[in-house]
Design a protein around this ligand. Structure first.
Ligand code: ZN
Length: 173
């Protein structure tokens, strides 16, 4: 397992990759599991609670997530070719952040409940309901598969400010 570099929006080449639409995966094999293992350790190292493959420069429809709280046992989840089947009318506003937009947090409103279908780590099809933080996180990560960042949901002013702030922080580092 290896920690990979996370692409960030302050870098023009990284941003071009983050804007790509990820392609579906043909099936879950050992090579894909190795990618998911790398993604998980990269996410834990960051640390973060969700990561899409495109964020480590691999534009495939793969997501890893772990919503366990501090002190709880790790609970990694893997999503291959995830699809949202239904979304609720009611929305949940949540202050989101993103490993590709470091240190920026802002409120985004998304459907409070979704049903989704995906392949798990073993390649088995799963269909389930997500709500609360799970719903927020899976929708945020699935946006990445379409080349959409959470700051794209903000006003243009807020988005430009966020990118300027990340650039400034990167220069100072
Ligand atoms: Zn993100």
């Amino acid at each position: 397992m290896a920690i990979r570099r996370i692409l960030t929006v302050d870098n023009a080449a990284d941003l071009a990759v983050l804007k790509q639409v990820s392609t579906p995966v043909e099936g879950v094999d050992d090579e894909l599991r190795a990618l998911m293992d790398d993604m998980l350790v990269t996410m834990y190292d960051a640390p973060g609670i969700g990561l899409a493959a495109v964020q480590v420069g691999v534009p495939k429809r793969v997501i890893v997530m772990d919503l366990a709280r501090e002190g709880e046992e790790p609970a990694p989840q893997y999503f291959v070719n995830p699809e949202i089947l239904t979304t609720s009318e009611d929305v949940l506003p949540y202050e989101e952040g993103c490993l590709s937009v470091p240190e920026i947090f802002d409120e985004v409103e998304r459907p409070a409940k979704v049903t989704l279908r995906y392949l798990n780590y073993k390649g088995e099809p799963v269909e389930e309901e997500a709500e609360g933080l799970y719903a927020v996180c899976i929708q945020h990560e699935m946006d990445h598969l379409e080349g959409v960042l959470f700051i794209d949901h903000l006003s243009r002013l807020k988005r430009d400010r966020a990118i300027a702030k990340v650039k400034k922080a990167a220069r100072a580092a």
